[in-house]
Ligand binder design. Structure first.
Ligand code: EPU
Length: 421
């Protein structure tokens, strides 16, 4: 049997949980590390599938990358060699596209397969390509592989027509190796992007960030550094939602409170009790919640990555709530499965409409992407009886030690079946 999570739900969960380092920061930092052509030490890197994929891709570039301790990653790129990146792992995760920018920073030629990642509907990379061409790189496709060649170089300003996390990071990485000044306008300002900028600056890059504008000025050789990955605000948000529906008391440790403001605001409006510290939060579930209308937006707005988990909490509110998913309108894989588990969710125009229900019920369902998968886990923990949740491989992309963390607060959860990649 395929790997599944077997969950016996319906119990309160109480205690403390530790949040790991941010996935979307780590996957960019690991690739950015090769710009140093030196030894970089990244701490607070949680062991998740996306990181293991990147370690395999780095091997192809002759970069030695390994976990020293549980969450400390060593990346030695002193003997890096440029090569075509088209192994299976490249097609498995989104962040493999950061090798495009990083290799263009180091070499005049790069060959990288089209990225994979969760199926959230259309995920174009036109903005990345626009930036690369403004930086003087031409590209052509050899089947599914992007081949970039440097043609020219001049001072440039790149105006991104849309806010994109990936394009901001990728174009920033490619800009580091330039000999002329680069300005990027309308950048994404997610905390993970700020983390990448801080990391590159520590390595010696000359970057100025003002609002949604980045200015990158040529610098000398970069050097290896030690850097601690910021806490994962999406993992923290997931446990905040879990606490809101299941926990008389849940202390969430290892967070950065400033990064969670948008999530705290929404949960507070719903009626969740939240006690704040700088590096921890205490959530206490309440008996009555108020429905809300939420619009997902780029940071500092409410994150799309919590849209799917939030539908579970909104299902526990009285009356009808709605979420407008403006970033990935097709990020809806959770809806049918949650409805099988007792939710009352429908899609109307561009809105996800959620009617409050009394409770969830156990079911045998499959997660189809990372955040959709975790929303099914939350519903299974709420619903009385035994649920089986498939699609564990997606959940493992972003959550480490999930079973241990949920068991640690009294949850009845285990993995059954064979690991499938
Ligand atoms: N977009 C374009 N063209 C592009 C790039 C993006 O039209 O060239 C559009 C996208 O289709 C989307 C919007 O711009 O409508 C924003 O996409 P963005 O580029 O910001 O997303 P991403 O970089 O592919 C990252 C995270 C996602 C997260 C989004 C939005 C990583 C590795 N992935 O994706 O994380 O949902 O930003 O915040 O950082 C997750 O963790 O579950 C996850 C999917």
């Amino acid at each position: 049997m395929r790997e599944k999570l077997l969950i016996n739900g319906g119990n309160n969960l109480s205690g403390e949980v530790e949040i790991g380092g941010a996935k979307n920061s780590a996957v960019a930092l690991i690739v950015a590390a090769i710009l140093a052509r030196d030894i970089v030490i990244l701490t607070n890197v949680k062991p998740i599938e996306d990181v293991f994929c990147l370690i395999s891709i780095l091997e192809k570039l002759n970069v030695n990358c390994y976990y020293d301790k549980k969450s400390t990653l060593i990346i030695d790129s002193r003997r890096i060699k440029n090569t075509r990146l088209d192994s299976d792992e490249v097609y498995q995760l989104r962040a493999s596209y950061y090798f495009m920018g990083a290799l263009m920073s180091l070499f005049d030629h790069a060959e990288v397969g089209a990225p994979g990642g969760c199926n959230l509907g259309e995920r174009p990379i036109d903005l990345h390509l626009l930036g690369f061409s403004k930086l003087g790189f031409d590209y052509h496709l050899d089947e599914n592989i992007f081949i970039f060649d440097k043609k020219s170089e001049s001072e440039t300003t790149i105006n991104l027509p849309k806010i994109s996390v990936g394009a901001t990071i990728n174009i920033l990485l490619a800009s580091i190796g330039r000999e002329k000044r680069v300005v990027i306008n309308n950048i994404a300002i997610e905390p993970e992007i700020k983390d990448v900028i801080e990391f590159l600056k520590k390595m010696g890059a000359n970057i100025k960030c003002r609002g949604r504008r980045l200015t990158i000025t040529p610098q000398g050789k970069l050097k290896g550094v030690t850097h601690k990955v910021i806490p994962d605000r999406i993992e923290a948000g997931t446990f905040m939602i879990l606490g809101s529906i299941l926990s008389p008391y849940l202390k969430i440790n290892n967070i950065n409170i400033k990064h969670l403001r948008n999530i705290i605001d929404v949960l507070s409006k719903i009626g969740v009790s939240i006690e704040e510290g700088d590096t921890y939060l205490i959530i206490r579930k309440q008996s009555k919640y108020t429905s809300q209308n939420i619009k997902v937006k780029p940071y500092p707005g409410f994150p799309t990555d919590l849209q799917q988990p939030l539908t579970v909490l909104l299902s526990m509110c009285e009356g009808e709530s709605s979420i407008e998913e403006t970033i990935y309108p097709a990020r809806l894989s959770h809806v049918d499965s949650l409805n099988k588990m007792g939710a009352d969710i429908r899609i109307e125009d561009n809105l996800i409409k959620i009617n409050g229900v009394k409770n969830f019920k156990a079911a045998d369902v499959d997660g189809e992407d990372l955040r959709g998968g975790i929303s099914l886990v939350l519903a299974a923990l709420l619903g009385e009886g035994e649920s089986k949740i498939g699609g564990v491989k997606y959940i493992k992309r972003g959550y480490s030690d999930l079973v241990k963390k949920i068991e640690g607060i009294g949850g009845n959860i285990k993995i059954i079946g064979e690991t499938n990649k």
